[in-house]
Write a protein that binds this ligand. Sequence first.
Ligand code: AMP
Ligand code: MG
Length: 406
Amino acid sequence: MSGRKTYTQIYYLMITVQEALSIILSQSRNFGSTTVSINDATGRVLAEDIYADRDYPPFHRAAMDGFALRSEDFLEKGIRRYTIIEDLFAGGTSTLQPKEGQCLRIMTGSATPAAYDAIIRIEDCQLEGQQVTFNVTALKKGQNIARQGEDAKAGALILTKGTRLFAPEVAALAVAGRSTVLVHQFPKIAVISTGDEVVPVDQDIKPHQIRDSNSYALASFLHQYGLEIACRKLVTDDKELLRRVIQDVLTYDLVIFSGGVSMGEADFVPAVLADCGVQPLLHKVKLKPGKPLWFGKLPAGGVVFGLPGNPMSCQVCYKIFIEPFLRKCFDLPEALKLHLPLLVPKKKNAKLNQYFPCVIEGKGLRPVVINGSGDITSTLRSHGLALHPLEKEDLSEGDLVEFIFW
Ligand code: AMP
Ligand code: MG
């Protein structure tokens, strides 16, 4: 530590989570777009609309292995025994026109010729050489044939900008003949852990020290969006070192500090940031855990989050502020929020928006037992965070609460 705090601390009025979020979201911006192979597109966000290049399915696709016939023969003429005139495999074409009482042996995936309008599956037949007898009495015109264009018509919008790409979306891109796709560019990200007591994970540790876990939690959260950290540092509570680190990341899109934003004598981050030309936009939010949150704007347009160092505070602040910020930058809708009943009552113990880790048990939420925001292992047993809103007094069993997944 490089001496006591000498800066004049600017005191901000504590604002609500909603107010803080609107300040943060107002700083969102696009990071541009880039073309990637669909092999590398998983988790990325689409930056273009995708249209069906042809009808899906592109032909009347046989949906079963069996026999294609003319429904008229079966329904009106009552014919049950048919002569097989041809075999049709997927990828092949047929050449013969069926006459009364004739059928086509057809395999799943074949383009059903126009002359046939129903398929009876192989399980419902009795075969003798080139003769087939159907053991069924009912038949529906069009059965077991996927109609051309029933899934999507040529030119239909199948994926919109701001869609995250996972297996079904990547498959749809391949269907549309798109081997490459335009996605949102990644922002340039720095994560800076601070604290005299904080040591790297692979270093010998003394009894009074703690390992840097926050930068790994943040890296893991960011990874869910395919985001990598371009600059990762661990700095002691030293104003001069902090200043140097900040100078190095002034042109980044997103800088995340962990620790050093509270009221302690070694919490230099807000003052040094302001000193380096970072415009403070908020400090302290009516939130638990996570009250000391700091947020500001870099001269080059990027943003800086100063997260409290307590592991749970750091994780809650990521989920409540940084993830929504990134989603807005990527044109993504808000993350999924559920409203689930509490399985047990919960006392109000702070006039703040309080997030508490819960497990989903049956149809409800059970809060996990926590000692405080410094806990590491409590959150391991939880599926996500529930909200005890600022304005709400004690919660009763059965009360619906907002819940987000980790
Ligand atoms: P601070 O916000 O700097 O006052 O730190 C609050 C608490 O979080 C202290 O107990 C720190 O030891 C702890 N802490 C700070 N940075 C980290 C980190 N990178 N990983 C894990 N815990 C941390
Ligand atoms: Mg600290």
